[in-house]
Design a binder for this molecule. Structure first.
Ligand code: BG6
Length: 504
C-alpha cells in the first residue's frame, strides 16, 4: 500500500494516549512519517499527544526530534517529518482524571474535522478505564457526524475470562465497528499474501485440504532474548505472548474457508469460524499435545546470555516458558485429521517466521530406482513470513542423465528481488485502514475469545506446577519439542533449509 493509487486518509485527529512513551517514538511516529512521505496522510491529519509528563507541544516535539536524530533519516523522511511536526500538539494530564478528557473535547471541537482515532499506547490495565472515560465525555459518540475509533494493541486479556471481560467493557462504551484490535502480524505483507496465494491460485487452493495436505507447521523463532522485558515476560510467557494472537492469525489465514468477498465482515466471519473450530483440549489431551521450555545460560549471538530465570525482574523460581510447541487440530470437514504444529520461542538459533505446508506423499512411485530408495520426498510450500519474505515451492524433478533419478528442488521467490519493500515499520497498512475505517486487518471480539479458548487448557495445566524443559540459547528449543512431532513420524522444518537439488 503506497503512493499514487491509494487515496489519502480523510481528515482526522489521531489522539495518542501515552505520547511520551517508547512505543510512540519508536513505532507510531516513524510510521506516521512514512505515511506522510507516501501521501497516505495529508495536511488535514493531525496528532494530539496525551501524557502524564508536564509540558506543552514543544516538550513533546523536542523529545521526538532527539529520538529521530538517532535514526539518521534520509532527506525525504526528514522532509516528511518537518511537515508532520507542524501538526503535532500535546495535552499534559492524568488519563484517569476527567480534566484531560475535557481538554481533548475542547481541542477536537476546534479541530478542522471532528473525526478522531484514539490509540492506547498505555499498559493494558488502563484500556477499559480510558474507553469508559472517553464515552462518559461523549468522545465516542459518532452522532456528531464524524467517526470516533478506538485502537488497542495486544495483550488483549490475560486469559479467556479476562479477554471476555475486556470485550464486554469496551462494547459497553463503543460499537464493535468502532473498535480496532491491532495484531501487528496482520500488517506484514507476507501474512496478507497468504490470502492471495490461496485464493488467486487454482493450483494451490484446489489441493488445500486433508486429501492432499499431510500437516502444517507454523514457526515464529526469535533470536532476541527477554532482555529488559523481564517483568512483562515473566507474567506473560511465550504462549500468551505469541500464540492466541500472532500464530493464530497466521493459522486462520492458512486454514479459513474462502470468504465470499474481501470486505472486513466476510473475512472476519471466516476467520472467526475457523478459530472456533480449533479443538479445545481436555486437561489430559493438553498434557499430550503441548510442551514448553525456558532458555538456560549460554552463548548467543556473540554474547553470554544469562538464563531466563537470572534475567532482571524475572523471579528466580519462575515457571514461565520462553518456548512453546503445540500440536493442534482444526475440527472441520476440510482439516479433519491434519495436525497443525506450532512453535515459538526466544533466544533461538535465528529469527525465522514461516508457515510450511507439507503435502502427502505420492501414492505410488513407478520410477525404476524408486523401490530401492527411500520414498519420494513430499511437496512443500514454504511461506517465509520474515525475514527474507518470500514463497518457496518444493517439488521433485528428474536429474539430468540416462538414469531415471529424481531429486527435490525448491522454486524460490523472494519479495526483495522484485519489489522495494524496505524501510516500512509494518504498521503503515494497519494505520491507514484504521484511518479509512476498514476493519479487515483487525481482530473481532469473537476471534479473540476463540483463540483464548483454545490455549486456556494449556494455561490451566501449566499454572498448576511443573517446570519448563531447559534449552540452550541458539538452539531450536528443548528436546521435548522434537519428540512432540517425531512421535508422529514427522520432523520440524529447518529454517532456510533447501532440498538436496538446491544444494551446491
Ligand atoms: C510482540 C511480542 O507482540 O511480537 C514480542 O510481545 C515479540 O515478544 C514480537 O518479540 C514479535 O514480532 P515481530 O514482528 O518482531 O516478529
Amino acid at each position: 500500500m503506497s503512493g499514487p493509487d491509494v487515496a489519502p486518509a480523510p481528515p482526522l485527529t489521531f489522539v495518542i494516549f501515552g505520547a511520551t512513551g517508547d512505543l510512540t517514538r519508536r513505532l507510531l511516529i516513524p510510521t506516521m512519517i512514512n505515511m506522510t512521505r507516501s501521501g497516505l496522510i495529508g495536511d488535514d491529519f493531525s496528532i494530539l499527544g496525551v501524557g502524564i509528563e508536564p509540558g506543552g507541544d514543544e516538550m513533546l516535539l523536542q523529545r521526538l526530534d532527539s529520538f529521530l536524530e538517532t535514526l539518521g533519516m534520509e532527506p525525504d523522511r526528514q522532509d516528511a517529518w518537518q511537515r508532520l511536526r507542524k501538526r503535532i500538539s500535546y495535552v499534559s494530564g492524568d488519563f484517569t482524571q476527567n480534566g484531560v478528557y475535557d481538554e481533548i473535547s475542547s481541542r477536537l471541537a476546534h479541530a478542522p474535522s471532528a473525526n478522531a482515532a484514539f490509540y492506547f499506547a498505555v499498559p493494558p490495565q488502563f484500556f477499559g478505564e480510558i474507553a469508559e472515560k472517553l464515552s462518559e465525555h461523549g468522545l465516542t459518540n459518532e452522532a456528531v457526524g464524524a467517526f470516533r475509533r478506538i485502537a488497542i494493541e495486544k495483550p488483549f486479556g490475560h486469559d479467556l475470562a479476562s479477554a471476555r471481560a475486556l470485550n464486554a467493557r469496551l462494547l459497553n462504551q463503543a460499537n464493535e465497528s468502532q473498535i480496532y484490535r491491532i495484531d501487528h502480524f496482520l500488517g506484514k505483507e507476507t501474512v496478507q499474501n497468504i490470502m492471495t496465494t490461496r485464493f488467486a491460485n487454482m493450483m494451490i487452493e484446489a489441493l488445500w485440504n486433508n486429501n492432499y495436505i499431510d500437516h502444517v507447521q507454523i514457526t515464529a523463532a526469535e533470536l532476541v532474548d527477554v532482555g529488559t522485558r523481564g517483568k512483562f515476560y515473566d507474567a506473560t510467557g511465550a504462549l500468551r505472548d505469541m500464540v492466541p494472537n500472532h500464530l493464530f492469525q497466521l493459522l486462520a489465514m492458512v486454514a479459513m474457508e474462502p470468504p465470499n468477498s474481501f470486505d472486513a465482515e466476510s473475512i472476519r466471519n471466516e476467520k472467526g469460524k475457523l478459530l472456533k473450530a480449533l479443538r479445545v483440549y481436555s486437561r489430559e489431551d493438553a498434557a499430550k499435545n503441548g510442551v514448553r521450555g525456558a532458555y538456560t545460560a549460554g552463548p548467543l549471538n556473540g554474547n553470554n546470555l544469562p538464563a531466563f530465570t537470572e534475567t532482571t525482574d524475572v523471579r528466580p523460581d519462575s515457571n514461565t516458558e520462553t518456548f512453546v510447541a503445540l500440536k493442534l487440530f482444526v475440527d472441520t470437514w476440510r482439516w479433519a485429521g491434519v495436525p497443525f504444529y506450532l512453535r515459538t520461542g526466544k533466544a533461538m538459533k535465528e529469527r525465522d517466521t514461516e508457515v510450511v505446508i507439507t503435502f502427502r506423499q505420492v501414492p505410488f512411485a513407478q520410477f525404476p530406482r524408486a523401490a530401492s530408495r527411500p520414498p519420494l520426498p513430499p511437496n512443500k510450500l514454504v511461506i517465509q513470513v520474515q525475514p527474507d519474505e518470500g514463497l518457496d515451492m518444493e517439488i521433485s524433478i528428474k536429474t539430468p542423465g540416462l538414469v531415471m533419478n529424481t531429486v527435490p528442488i525448491s522454486l524460490d521467490f523472494r519479495y526483495a528481488d522484485r519489489f522495494d519493500i524496505g524501510k516500512q515499520t509494518g504498521y503503515e497498512s494497519l494505520f491507514y485502514e484504521l484511518f479509512v475505517g476498514d476493519q479487515t486487518l483487525f481482530q473481532r471480539a469473537d476471534g479473540i475469545e476463540a483463540g483464548w479458548a483454545a490455549v486456556q487448557p494449556f494455561l490451566d495445566l501449566w499454572a498448576d506446577g511443573g517446570k519448563p524443559d531447559p534449552y540452550a540459547p541458539g538452539s531450536m528449543g528443548p528436546a521435548c519439542a522434537n519428540e512432540l512431532i517425531e512421535r508422529d513420524g514427522r520432523v520440524w522444518h529447518r529454517p532456510h533449509e533447501k532440498p538436496d537439488g538446491n544444494k551446491p
